[in-house]
Design a protein around this ligand. Sequence first.
Ligand SMILES: [Zn+2]
Ligand SMILES: [Zn+2]
Length: 138
Amino acid sequence: MTEGTTAPDLGTGRCQCGDITYEVQGVPDDPHLCSCEHCTLLSGSPAMAWVGFRRETLTWTGRRGEPTWYATWPTLRRGFCPRCGTHLVSVADGSNMVMVTTFSLTEQNRGLEPVGHSFRQHAVPWMAVTLAPDPLHS
Ligand SMILES: [Zn+2]
Ligand SMILES: [Zn+2]
């Protein structure tokens, strides 16, 4: 990777156990935190960090192939490693984007700073006061 590159054109990511790995390409879109009911419960944390890539660039490269899919809405599926439980991606029906969990990306892509915070009104107060609302999702 070129020194000083801020918009990597190839991202790789993996689950914690390494059974599931993936690649995405292109400029990362809309890095944001989400404190919706599903993200907080699934992660056990006050927010999840997401970043989007074009869906057709996503390739599952690990020996296990695709993750296990779980629909949290009728129109939205989330992908997890069936072995270690790492939350990897989220795909909405009809969207040409795939959202990946920012911290499943390998180290060089984790520096993406969130541009906003979806469902900020549901976040614990100490988060809500430190981040701006997400202009696209709130
Ligand atoms: Zn795993
Ligand atoms: Zn969410």
